[in-house]
Design a protein around this ligand. Structure first.
Ligand SMILES: [Zn+2]
Length: 76
């Protein structure tokens, strides 16, 4: 019976330790995007020449555009 109690304590201790490790990993994963923002790639609209982040650009046959309207105007 004594060994059962010791075993239970060890199992709980391992479980708590693993929970803590998982939380730490989640915190690290959540902190990563904020810690490393990185330089943002800028593109130039092929129609009006405005500079915009690559994520907001509209890709066209002749380059990148600031909006769907300029893509249409630039390619017709
Ligand atoms: Zn434009």
């Amino acid at each position: 019976m004594k060994y059962l109690i010791v075993l239970a304590v060890v199992v709980v201790a391992i479980w708590v330790w693993r929970q803590n490790r998982r939380e730490e990993a989640q915190e690290r994963a959540a902190a990563r995007p904020r810690a490393v923002p990185g330089p943002q790639a800028m593109l130039r609209c092929a129609h009006c020449g405005v500079h915009l982040p690559a994520a907001d650009a509209v890709a066209g046959r002749q380059g990148s555009y600031c909006s769907e309207t300029h893509r249409r105007l630039g390619e017709t």
